[in-house]
Write a protein that binds this ligand. Sequence first.
Ligand SMILES: Cc1cc2nc3c(=O)[nH]c(=O)nc-3n(C[C@H](O)[C@H](O)[C@H](O)COP(=O)(O)O)c2cc1C
Length: 166
Amino acid sequence: MPDTILVTYATSHGSTQEVAEAVAAALREMELTVDIQPARKVRSLEGYSAVVLGAPLYMFRWHKDARRFLARHQKALVKRPAAVFALGPFYTGDEAEFQGSREQLDKELAEFPWFAPVDVVIFGGKFELENLHFSYRMFMKEIPATDLRDWAAIRDWANSLPAKLR
Ligand SMILES: Cc1cc2nc3c(=O)[nH]c(=O)nc-3n(C[C@H](O)[C@H](O)[C@H](O)COP(=O)(O)O)c2cc1C
């Protein structure tokens, strides 16, 4: 699979997986060969020409499966173009919230100074109290359910990837 793009993701409640699936579908519509896998299941990047890695932010940290993916595949990632997306903002969805999430992500990525993604983007996230562990439910119970994922923006970003990942 010489030109296969790997779309890989971390998720706790599924919303990032759905974004990864939308990115993969958009790339396939552009006649690209795409493999989609949870980050924790990827054993090797052999055979992949490029990588798209997506994961949510939780408690100011990028999902641990994404951080582990970077650490585990350092050698292969320095030789391949990679693009990154993160899900985060779920409350006001305003610029300041997006900026805050971006700063959290940048701080996380700074722990991998060798990693030079061709593009990094924040997408709005999804919030549902019901799915959460009860310890979170206690202090988040006033927050209404939201879904700030902008599917048009996700699609536009996916459409921009082939040129960047070349
Ligand atoms: C307990 C909790 C903590 C969160 N912490 C952050 C955070 O620190 N920064 C952020 O940008 N988003 C935060 N989020 C928003 C998540 O990134 C968002 O809900 C995302 O869509 C979850 O992805 P998943 O469904 O793939 O697990 C948090 C959400 C929850 C429920």
